[in-house]
Every structure is written in structure tokens, then in C-alpha cells.
Ligand binder design. Structure first.
Ligand SMILES: Cc1cc2nc3c(=O)[nH]c(=O)nc-3n(C[C@H](O)[C@H](O)[C@H](O)COP(=O)(O)O)c2cc1C
Length: 228
């Protein structure tokens, strides 16, 4: 039964087109001796390489969150800071992702650096960053983005785009002196890494995968090669 070809799938032209999409990964290997002992330092090395390779938005990452029932959602957000404490993004604290994080503080991040045949995936607990850290970033944003944060009740429904544009115009007038305070419902989250995996595509689907995971004491990391 398992070895029988499903004729329905075989006959659908669209499937054949998708089946035919295939790329061999040949650009590099990742060896154990290439790894730095600390995953954040290793991330910095790869992130700088992604930046130098002029990838489109190398700081764009997929964020996956789940609610208390285990229903999962994923979306793209932008990495805005990272250090030994973790990986920071900014968002609406009333958004769907924020509600899920409130119910279940575990999340995953994925950087799909496909042009380099690489991905980095991170999992860990999420915490809100301090209001002071959020404010520092908020004040660095262009005026339109600062006002945009006031306009959107992120993830709520709305009947038309026009309502958002009207709200934007009216807030532009209210904040015509350029002093836009940070809304309380907007700020950053930090994903504190528990595991960090570096993946480099390899020939014949024999990819290189190395996973860092925290051991106790918490500052130490174990590194293991995973099967592709
Ligand atoms: C390239 C790109 C970057 C994005 N960056 C952010 C971001 O930094 N913060 C954010 O809240 N949403 C960002 N978004 C929008 C999110 O993907 C998402 O639509 C929004 O946060 C609402 O998600 P939620 O309803 O699951 O909470 C970005 C989308 C794209 C495609």
C-alpha cells in the first residue's frame, strides 16, 4: 500500500510543476571546527555573512507561537537587537502573538537565509523587554512608523483600509510637533535561547546541522550534530 503511487496526485499538472522544483545545495559545508563555543557569537558570524551577501532583509525571521491549547501560528517579524540575553523584536502587546505568548511563553524563531543555503532556528522562553528599552527603540523610528504604532490595534478586524488612513491623517495633525509618545501597548519581546540550530544545506540532502543547547550551569552550551 505504502509503495503505490497515488494517481490523483500524479495526474494533477500543478503537482508535477511543484514536484519538479529542486535545488541541490552545494555552496558550503559546516564543520565542527567552524563552530564558535557560544551560539550568539556563532549567530553574529553568520548574520554578518548574511548582511555582506546583501540578502533581502537578513533580519527578517519567522516567529512561531502557540496558545494554551497548542494551536500554533507563525508570522514574520524583524530582529532589532540581539546579545547574550536573547533575540529582540517589537510588536503590539495586544496582538494575537502577544496573547499567545501571555498564555504560553515558549516560541521559536527561524531565519531562512536561503541564498546562502542556510537557516538558523532558535527556541526558548519569551519575556517582555523593559519599557525603557522599548522606548529607546521607539524613539529611533521614523515619524510615520511611530504614528503607525498608534494607528493599528494589531490583529483586530477592521472593515476598510480607509479607516486606518483617516486615523493616520488625524494623528499626524495631533502630533504635528513631531513628539510622539510610545503607546503603552507597543514594545519589545526577547526570545531567550534554549536551543540554537545552525543548518547548512549539503549535497544529496546530506545537510550539516549543529544544535547548541543550554546545560547547567545556564551559561554553558552543549553542541551536537543532528542528522539531516
Ligand atoms: C518582512 C516583514 C517584517 C515584519 N516585521 C514585523 C515586526 O517587526 N513586528 C510586527 O509586529 N509585525 C511585523 N510584520 C507583520 C507580521 O508578520 C504580522 O502580520 C503581524 O505582526 C500580526 O501578527 P499576529 O496577528 O500573529 O500577532 C512583518 C511582516 C513582514 C512580511
Amino acid at each position: 500500500m505504502e509503495n503505490k503511487v497515488d494517481k490523483n496526485v500524479e495526474n494533477r499538472e500543478i503537482s508535477e510543476e511543484v514536484f519538479a522544483l529542486r535545488k541541490e545545495y552545494t555552496s558550503a559545508c559546516l564543520h565542527r571546527e567552524d563552530l564558535l563555543p557560544d551560539p550568539v557569537a556563532m549567530f553574529r558570524k553568520w548574520f554578518e555573512e548574511a548582511r555582506k551577501a546583501a540578502l533581502l532583509e537578513p533580519n527578517a525571521m519567522t516567529l512561531a507561537t502557540a496558545d494554551s491549547r497548542g494551536f500554533v501560528t507563525a508570522r514574520t517579524v524583524l530582529l532589532k537587537a540581539y546579545d547574550e540575553r536573547g533575540f529582540v523584536f517589537f510588536t503590539g502587546y495586544g496582538s494575537r502573538k502577544a496573547s499567545q505568548i501571555a498564555e504560553n511563553p515558549h516560541a521559536a524563531l527561524l531565519f531562512p537565509w536561503l541564498a546562502l543555503e542556510r537557516q538558523v532556528s532558535i527556541s526558548g522562553k519569551v519575556e517582555k523587554i523593559s519599557a525603557g528599552e522599548s522606548l529607546a527603540y521607539f524613539l529611533s523610528r521614523p515619524l510615520g512608523s511611530r504614528i503607525g504604532a498608534w494607528v493599528s490595534e494589531q490583529s483586530k478586524t477592521i472593515s476598510s483600509r480607509r479607516l486606518l488612513e483617516e486615523k493616520f491623517r488625524s494623528l499626524m495633525k495631533n502630533f504635528s510637533n513631531g513628539e510622539v509618545p510610545k503607546p503603552d501597548w507597543w514594545g519589545g519581546f526577547r526570545v531567550i535561547p534554549q536551543t540554537v540550530e545552525f543548518w547548512q544545506g549539503g549535497e544529496n540532502r546530506i545537510h550539516d546541522r549543529f544544535e547548541y543547547s543550554r546545560t547547567s550551569p545556564l551559561t554553558e552550551w552543549k553542541i551536537e550534530r543532528l542528522q539531516p
